[in-house]
Design a protein around this ligand. Structure first.
Ligand SMILES: [Zn+2]
Length: 129
């Protein structure tokens, strides 16, 4: 155990996950994107991007408007398809920014999402009810 283990993100609240899935459905066929904030290693809050009018592929660009702080762990975004693998643009963004990222895809349900680390490797997050 090192002091860094404390900072490990191990879960996401069911409430936040449901908000993401709903917002992604609403944004379809455009992408939804938001910042995520953790409390004690659990993703517990979304940070909406100011002026969110998302178009295909443009949602992530608006992340430049996000307030960055230490409790922000990364970004969640939706794909307007069932493909929840990171694109090369996504991988680029993962590497620049944050340490946990989530991609959700069609049909935007509890099984159609995946979390990734900054290198694009799949990571497990528990759903906290
Ligand atoms: Zn993507």
């Amino acid at each position: 155990m090192s002091i860094f283990d404390k900072k490990k993100v191990s879960g996401i609240t069911e409430k936040v996950l449901r908000m993401v899935l709903e917002a992604s459905k609403d944004a379809y066929p455009n992408e939804f994107a938001a910042g995520m904030r953790e409390i004690d290693g659990i993703i517990s809050e979304l940070i909406m991007v100011p002026g969110t009018v998302s178009g295909p592929r443009s949602a992530l660009l608006r992340l430049n408007n996000l307030p960055i702080d230490y409790s922000m762990v990364g970004v969640v975004h939706s794909h307007p398809s069932p493909n929840i693998h990171p694109s090369s643009n996504d991988l680029n963004m993962f590497g620049r920014y944050g340490r946990v990222h989530i991609i959700v895809g069609i049909p935007y349900d509890m099984n159609s999402w995946q979390a990734y680390d900054y290198q694009g490797k799949e990571i497990e997050l528990s759903i906290i009810r």
